[in-house]
Design a protein around this ligand. Sequence first.
Ligand code: GLN
Ligand code: ZN
Length: 757
Amino acid sequence: MKTSIIGYPRIGNLRELKFASEKYFRDEITVADLEKTAKDIRAYNLNLQVKSGLDFIPSNDFSFYDGVLDTAFLLNVIPERYTALGLSKLDTYFAAARGYQGEKGDVKALAMKKWYNTNYHYMVPEIDDGTEIRLVGTKPFELFSETLDSGVKTKPVIIGAYTFLKLARYKGNKKAVDFIESTAAAYSELLKKFRDLGAEWVQFDEPSLVMDMNTDDIRLFTVLYEKILSNKGSIKVLVQTYFGDVRDCYKELCKLDLDGIGFDFTEGKRSLELVRKNGFPQEKTLFAGVVNGKNIWRNNYASTIITLSELEKFAHDIVINTSCSLLHVPCTLANETKLEERFKKHLAYAEEKLSELAELKRITDAHCPSETEEYRRNSALHSEPRSGGNEAVRKKVADLTEKDFIRLPEFAEREIIQKEKFGLPLFPTTTIGSFPQTADVKAKRSAYRKGEISASDYEFFIEKKIAECIALQEEIGLDVLVHGEFERNDMVEYFGECLEGYLFTEKAWVQSYGTRCVKPPVIWGDISRAKPMTVKWSTYAQSLTEKPMKGMLTGPVTILNWSFPREDITLRESALQIALAIREEVLDLENNGISIIQVDEAALREKLPLRRSDWREDYLDWAIPAFRYVHSGVKPETQIHTHMCYSEFADIIKDIDDMDADVITFEASRSDLTILDVLKENNFRTEVGPGVYDIHSPRVPSKDEIKAAINKMRERINDNKLWINPDCGLKTRGNEETVPSLKNLVNAAKEARNENS
Ligand code: GLN
Ligand code: ZN
């Protein structure tokens, strides 16, 4: 069997592309320097893939910012506001990616959205009635030729026509169907160009085929491809799907004049069943996604071989493939110098996944696969008992019953008790938790981590910051205070480091968007709370003020969703283990006099399944209970807050109310407050603080502007349920804008109160 990958990480082993791009943005290096870094990364990756013996090596998986944006530029889907700036080609591209503010004009970036069920984000192409889709870009051809010059005939990778049209945002009256002709023509021309350049295969990525598809969608897809493939000639076309199964269009897909189809057998729950039931066209190549492109565990060869041999019953020609692009895993284990070998041997990042593919190839080619050295070694690894088990935790999770997820008394009764206890004014004001992480905070943490200052010096510094932060909030006149989260680098990593069961990596960076990378911690064993994590800071903060101090925690679903999860136990089980630990912290805070506790679920939507029919059973049925379990043990008078980053929760609004928090704050300002209608229509019961201003921008909102937002909220939300707060944590902001913004916020709330009395 041959081997293939769908794409490779492009940021570089040590994030070279990120650093070079940021320098370029700051005008510290020239465009030639940036191009050189990019070229070096591509050459390095190419060499690595050649050396590993990979048969299908992708090209055009490189991007300076994002692959969807690249496709938009390839197809002339470039809003005029960017071309009008009169910048170079690359700078126009960066203007669309990041916005532009300078002598040539002032334009915002394109919208950015989550890439399916990953933590990667793509730029949303904008199509209006005047958009003329045609092939104008050259990048895929240049990158193909670049590899050809190195003597390698690669498989160019392009976002497919269907997915591209589905992801675009339509600004005018025209819809995707109105662009079928032009889009198909552009893709046909692209195939012709590749044929002329001597390419053998072209890969079209079509992840949108794993989403729910109605008959119009299926039609759009088939019509597009019938046209694109109608005169493809000798070039071979692979349609590559990932992140799920293609249950809605399997038959249509198989009928097309394609040469290869790629399915995901890792996340595609029904992929194997679809092949079994419908068969697979004999003349086509099946690209079998059996090596997980999203997680960092070593492949289990025994079960992979079972899948492959099952597929062999149906498909004539099989290529061993990754389940999705390796973009979603870190580059190489080689730079993990601190991780012990006993853990490391269980991990595979992108580079190690290349070796896995090579090993699987040797195994499948062997006469007797299970007799091969590679197979034996892998079986031995997977049969080793895994360390990190915690029987007590497992038992607690197993013993949970219905009533553990129910907080009593009911919300309505608690609301009365809490109003009485806290005696807060109408429209109470608060913040989401973090205050500006200024240079001094970052410098001190870094010095502490390097061992340059002692733990007590560091703690003394944090206490000083907390005291300043409280004095500031009292001066501003906020009602419910926070300690400022100065001790945290990141809302998930901080808890990961405090919890038992986590592994920490050094260089395991994964691109989140553009130049931004994240380093998700790894869940290795059963999770438990070894010691209090936040109690010291919160109680210290409370001791400095008469006002209520909000304890700040990250919730179990968010911690899980922003980590690399285990695969030997279910996500549900991991979520409940984390919930157990966070619950202990909640109760500990309560025992220590903290009477308002916020449990952030910023990433609640992150792993919501792509198909609606899977939402409940596969996700919400355990995610919502995990959150409920965190706070079901507190006293009626303890007030539980939660926070979410997106207002995109209209479709799960009931589930969010069902989390049974007492107060929820969320981002609303950027969505023009449309979420307010949804709250009203659904009789949302939880008290709410829809952010009154956008903290993602350095702009200072005026008092009147905030007042106007409050008035708009009051039209939809009962006065007694409305909280006033910014839309997210302030950690990325500076004090210069934070202080005046919060003062305006407090004054706007006061004005609203006075008008009311
Ligand atoms: N409490 C966190 C903070 O204020 C919440 C961050 C978030 O929602 N992403 O920073
Ligand atoms: Zn947020």
